[in-house]
Ligand binder design. Structure first.
Ligand code: GDP
Length: 288
């Protein structure tokens, strides 16, 4: 059941913001995967905002809730911020299956549609299928792909990719990486090495470390966000698989807890199914 249906049910037969009501609202938010800490923050915010025993209706409650959620989410910042240097470089991280390759493909499509030159780097050299999958997206979006053999050094692929991007006057370079969370020290070293190699070519790059999370996995996604943040400096989030699920609550919890801006959401498997994250729109959609 989605948040809206739960709220509708919650409000039925009630017309005052009482302690009892706030307890029930807390349950609704937690069961919608908002997470305990963020839920408490929202409830406390509502308590400050509205006086007890106030009469309200469902629409009013949704508005109060929307205002409160918007106020706790970090402000939207566009991908790559306002750095002026070109090419822009993003390292894309995340565990297998979350939709990392698909998100890179959708991003490549977005940028090529804006007439930007895109180069993809297949630095997930650990998984055999990863290079092939990225190759398919490169063909689909008519982008250059830089790859080496399965098992080769990811930092070497990153080096080749950035060098190639520079020589081709690329606008955007998207580098896929292997997300081996079970081996955090390796992951940390690998990402640090890639970062250093890239910095040697373009000092202020990578301009973005984009973590891709599967929004349908609830608190699991939050756990991954924490782990990746310990392994590297994650600067942006892309949350996938928000189509057809009632899991929008996850987004609120992750963004609040991690204080990392969400830049994109994935809403399907197709090439167009990537939306720029807009917190006002998102909360509006979640609560209407
Ligand atoms: P990776 O292992 O992280 O690179 O994951 P993939 O990009 O291969 O995606 C794993 C599966 O999730 C594929 O079947 C994708 O089509 C699917 N997928 C990716 N993003 C989305 C999304 O936003 N919505 C839905 N419904 N499926 C998605």
């Amino acid at each position: 059941m989605g948040v809206v249906s739960k709220i509708r049910r919650l409000v039925l037969g009630r017309s005052k913001i009482s302690n009892d009501f706030l307890d029930a609202l807390e349950e609704v938010l937690i069961s919608s995967d908002v997470g305990v800490n963020t839920t408490i923050k929202i409830i406390e915010g509502i308590q400050k905002r509205v006086s007890k025993e106030k009469y309200f209706d469902e629409i009013e409650l949704r508005k109060i809730l929307a205002d409160e959620i918007v106020s706790i989410l970090p402000d939207d910042i566009p991908m790559f911020g306002d750095s002026q240097t070109l090419p822009k470089v993003a390292l894309v991280v995340g565990v297998n299956g979350v939709g990392k390759t698909t998100t890179i493909g959708k991003l490549a499509h977005r940028y090529t549609s804006e007439n930007k030159r895109v180069v993809l780097g297949a630095a997930d050299t650990f998984r055999v299928a990863a290079i092939d999958q990225l190759q398919i997206w490169a063909e689909r979006t008519s982008c250059t792909i830089i790859k080496q053999q399965h098992g080769s050094d990811p930092a070497s692929v990153a080096y080749d990719t950035v060098k190639s991007g520079l020589s081709k006057n690329a606008d955007v370079i998207l580098i896929d990486t292997a997300g081996r969370l079970h081996n955090k020290l390796n992951l940390m070293n690998e990402l640090a090495k890639m970062g250093n190699v890239i910095k040697n070519i373009i000092p202020d790059a990578p301009h973005e470390v984009l973590l891709v999370l599967d929004g349908s996995t609830g608190q699991n996604a939050l756990e991954q966000a924490k782990q990746f943040s310990e392994a590297t400096n994650v600067t942006a989030l892309a949350i996938t698989k928000l189509d057809g699920t009632a899991r929008g609550g996850t987004v609120i919890g992750i963004s609040d807890q991690m204080n990392i801006p969400i830049k994109f959401i994935g809403v399907g498997e197709g090439i167009h199914d990537l939306q720029k994250f807009d917190k006002y729109n998102f909360v509006k959609t979640l609560l209407t």
